[in-house]
Design a protein around this ligand. Structure first.
Ligand code: AMP
Length: 465
């Protein structure tokens, strides 16, 4: 199957060819002809399946005919988060480069004035988050009566975020005769109800079972104790030992923990950024950009903030917390193993997480096996998240500790504490270097040892003094 058999226009086919994609993904192959035939589509697909292009490409073809009128967008796409909305806009910019279309983004954190000006010029494609869209309609600066096609993307996430009442209001503001494309990764009862109310005789396109995980992702678990510092120590060990790690997303269940884990990793010298719902728009965009470009290869994130982000080639996902909702697990690990690439997902499982883990295994229909050569933390674990004080040699590197022995810190005022975190040396060398057991850290005097971390995971060291 090639793109040329789907009914797309020559302009759109040229744009697709320019991106280098030769074969449509299953959702594209199945959905595009129906969208072009003006049918309503219910697409059950996760991110990573190519679902964005499955609606962007046929929309671009349909929009070649006709013109936009002031204040009356021709098509409307609803996204749960600002980041997703921005990514869909990028898709229009990429595939629609040869077309003179007005594409506008209505998201929070951007001034109303600029958005009003764009709307008044006439918009072919309006991409919006529900709240901001309703703000505009209520101010009388936007009319939805000209919408010919409505896309509701990531509907199950909209449900999680409490946007369903907004979606219902918006659906009533657009003409009854519009075409609707509805995408969701899962079909909980509330979503089924919405599809029955707002879709007309839809074609159902399901590309994989709602809760299957890519076969290219190696999923595993490691046991950890209840203590948060123990989990952080385990996370560091996992990061140090991970095979073929290029970049990773570390998921936490709570925003507060995103901040704690981020700070902890930073203190330990890792190149890390964070993404959570409380960050302002510019901070989120900056973090995401740095992660995408590989400047900061580790991203600590919450589910809401990271949902559906188009980050190609994430090699690893770490679940710092096991998610409470099994669907979130599927979404999280959908960040890796995309488009047939290999990926790894490791979950840190404390005794309290067993129930959630069982629910996940039931949903995905397979057991999550213990990680081979998992680091072993000693029972006597003490907090070790204090800022490391780095003592560096003349080459700017910290003296290297060997064999789990503590380096002499020269400070003898405190009695020596037992080693807190010795790991069994994994049999698989990581990053082409033999892993070095991490010795104990007395959190007042002992600096973190980064000497065995691959350079790209390390933060640049500022000159001291
Ligand atoms: P999505 O599911 O829309 O988030 O897309 C996931 C990733 O697949 C994005 O990085 C797309 O650029 C990429 N992609 C979309 N369509 C294709 C295709 N036909 N062939 C290869 N990659 C694609």
């Amino acid at each position: 199957m090639s793109f040329s058999n789907l009914g797309l226009s020559d302009k759109v086919l040229a744009a697709v060819a320019a991106t280098g994609y030769t074969t449509p993904t299953p959702i594209q192959e199945q959905a595009i002809p129906h969208v072009l035939a003006h049918r309503d589509v219910l697409g059950i697909a996760q991110t990573g399946t190519g679902k964005t292009a499955a609606f962007v490409l046929p929309m671009l073809t349909l929009l070649e005919k006709g013109r936009a009128r002031a204040l009356m967008p021709r098509t409307l796409i609803l996204e749960p988060t600002r980041e997703l909305a921005a990514q869909v806009k990028e898709n229009f910019d990429k595939y629609g480069a040869g077309q003179k279309l007005n594409v506008a983004l209505l998201i929070g954190g951007v001034s109303f004035g600029d958005q009003d000006m764009k709307l008044s010029r006439g918009v072919d494609v309006l991409i919006a988050t529900p709240g901001r869209l309703l703000d505009h309609t209520e101010r009388g600066k936007l009319l939805l009566t000209g919408v010919e096609l409505l896309v509701i993307d990531e509907a199950d996430r909209m449900l999680d975020m409490g946007f369903i009442p907004d979606i219902e209001r918006i659906c009533k503001l657009v003409p009854f005769t519009r075409q609707t494309l509805f995408f969701t990764a899962t079909m909980p009862p509330e979503i089924r109800r919405i599809t029955e109310t707002f879709l007309h005789n839809p074609v159902k396109v399901e590309v994989s079972k709602p809760a299957t995980t890519a076969v290219t992702v190696t999923q595993s678990q490691v046991s950890v104790g209840r203590e948060a510092h123990e989990k952080r120590e385990m996370l560091r060990q996992l990061l140090r030992n991970a095979k073929d790690l290029k970049n990773a997303i570390i998921f936490c269940n709570r925003k507060r923990d995103v901040a704690v884990v981020y700070k902890s990793l930073q203190k330990h010298g890792f190149s890390v950024c964070a993404l959570h719902g409380d960050m302002d728009q510019s901070a989120r965009t900056a973090a995401l950009d740095q992660f995408r470009k590989g400047e900061l290869p580790l991203l600590v994130a919450s589910d809401v903030a990271a949902r559906g982000l188009d980050i190609p080639e994430v090699s690893h996902v770490f679940n710092f917390d096991v998610p409470h909702h099994p669907d979130d697990y599927v979404h999280r690990i959908g960040r890796t193993g995309r488009a047939g690439r290999l990926g790894a997902a490791v979950s840190l499982v404390s005794p309290a997480d067993q129930k959630s883990l069982l629910a996940i295994e039931k949903l995905i229909g397979q057991p999550i096996t213990p990680l081979e050569n998992a680091p072993v933390l000693s029972a006597e674990n003490t907090p070790s998240d204090a800022p490391p004080r780095t003592e560096r040699g003349s080459d700017g590197r910290k003296p290297r500790r060997e064999g789990g022995q503590r380096a002499r810190s020269g400070r003898t005022s405190k009695p020596r504490k037992p080693d807190v975190a010795e790991i069994a040396a994994p049999q698989t060398p990581s990053f082409g270097r033999a892993p070095i057991p991490v010795a104990a850290r007395d959190h007042h005097s002992e600096p973190a040892d980064h000497s065995h971390l691959p350079a790209f995971l390390l933060r640049p060291i500022r000159a001291r003094g």
